[in-house]
Write a protein that binds this ligand. Structure first.
Ligand code: G3I
Length: 348
């Protein structure tokens, strides 16, 4: 590596001195690269992105991931199939890689997820369990994983996607075998293993007030009344232009705040029917701006995470063929109107 010449050092010092001399306003002008995280921090919020291990070999990708965000969520690496691929045999490779990267970049980690009906290992889904057996399996999984990451993560999505659209409990293996009490148990076990982690329930389609978010509201109220360690509700916010904007988002965030709960927008993306047009991208930008302002308007909405930041690594096209362009950076890492709308909302 070439060493830095005295001439370059001298120029850098002179430039730094000049910036100090001309004051903060001019410096801000000189630094159009103020990051979303910088701007969110001015409001006491974070701005995060999900990421996934295979993408971490892409240097153009990791440069922005490391610079622009102050909170990282592993998209897959901490899920049950990845962390306990055989019963009682734990593998932290994927999760640790992301935690270490976040630490190197001075970022915090929202950990995702301990109890979910999807992406479970075959040994768990491939047989029947008695309630006692499954309770022991669940407790061991939660406590081993939470202990492993104790002190290294800011928050956990303890239970993910526990309700159906109509507000009834999703008939997962956990619900069917253990009854609804598995949620309180999971929160208590996680809290024992890391008393400092912020513990969340997390779901999609709960951005607006409606049957599904009402189910969370009612459950959260009961859990708080029982002294169960629940600290927040994660609203995934996988939005789609063709289904309309959840206009009651702010009101919804407020009612959870009144229960003394944090909220966070945890998996934001705004997909559209392809091809993306200028009009659709403009509408998408408006939605990103609106959801950012909704979070900023409610003190206990602690931050926003996009479900990865670039269309290059979005989950959408594989799951919703013909849809995509959901994130604030395009496939070539160019900033889209959505990025500027978030920035403007954070600038106030
Ligand atoms: O690991 C295999 C790999 O070995 C194989 O070659 C490849 C071929 O398709 O598949 C890989 O597994 C994929 C896995 O992601 C890891 O990349 C699965 O097919 C794919 O289905 C899985 O998708 C994940 C999805 O959850 C599963 O439901 C997405 O990446 C992840 O972003 C997504 O995240 C969820 C949140 O956890 C909860 N909320 C909804 C959100 C979007 O579905």
């Amino acid at each position: 590596m070439p060493s830095t010449s005295p001439l370059r050092l001298g120029l850098a010092t002179a430039l730094a001195a000049a910036l100090v001399a001309i004051g903060p306003a001019a410096q801000a002008h000189e630094r159009p690269q103020t990051t979303l995280a910088d701007l969110a921090q001015r409001h006491g919020r974070y701005f995060g992105s999900a990421t996934d291990n295979p993408e971490l070999t892409d240097a153009a990708y990791t440069r922005i991931l490391g610079n622009e965000f102050d909170m990282i969520t592993p998209g897959n690496g901490m899920k049950w199939y990845a962390t306990e691929p055989q019963q009682g045999v734990f593998d932290w490779t994927a999760g640790d890689e992301i935690v270490n990267l976040a630490r190197a970049n001075h970022q915090k980690v929202r950990a995702h997820t301990l109890v979910w009906h999807s992406q479970l290992p075959g040994w768990l889904t491939g047989r029947e369990w008695t309630a006692d057996e499954l309770r022991a399996v669940l407790k061991n999984h939660i406590q081993t994983e939470v202990r492993h990451y104790r002190g290294k993560v800011y928050a956990w999505d303890v239970v993910n996607e526990a309700f159906n659209e109509d507000g009834t409990y999703r008939e997962t293996v956990f619900y069917k075998t253990l009854g609804p009490g598995y949620i309180a148990d999971a929160l208590r076990w996680a809290h024992q293993a890391d008393p400092r982690a912020r513990l969340y329930l997390n779901d999609y389609n709960i951005e607006a007030v409606g049957p599904k978010s009402d189910a969370y509201y009612d459950l959260a109220r009961q859990l708080k009344a029982q002294g169960v360690p629940l600290h927040g509700i994660g609203l995934q916010a996988h939005l789609a232009l063709q289904y309309g904007y959840p206009t009651t988002l702010e009101e919804n965030l407020r009612r959870f705040a009144r229960l003394r709960l944090d909220t966070a927008l945890t998996e934001v993306d705004v997909r559209m029917l392809l091809p993306a047009t200028e009009e659709k991208l403009a509408q998408q930008a408006e939605w990103y701006g609106d959801l950012t302002r909704a979070c900023l308007a409610v003190r206990r909405c602690v931050g926003i995470t996009v479900w990865d930041y670039t269309d290059k690594y979005s989950w959408i096209p594989a799951f919703f063929p013909g849809q995509g362009a959901a994130l604030p950076w395009d496939e070539e890492f160019a900033r889209k109107p959505a990025y500027y709308a978030i920035r403007d909302a954070l600038l106030g």
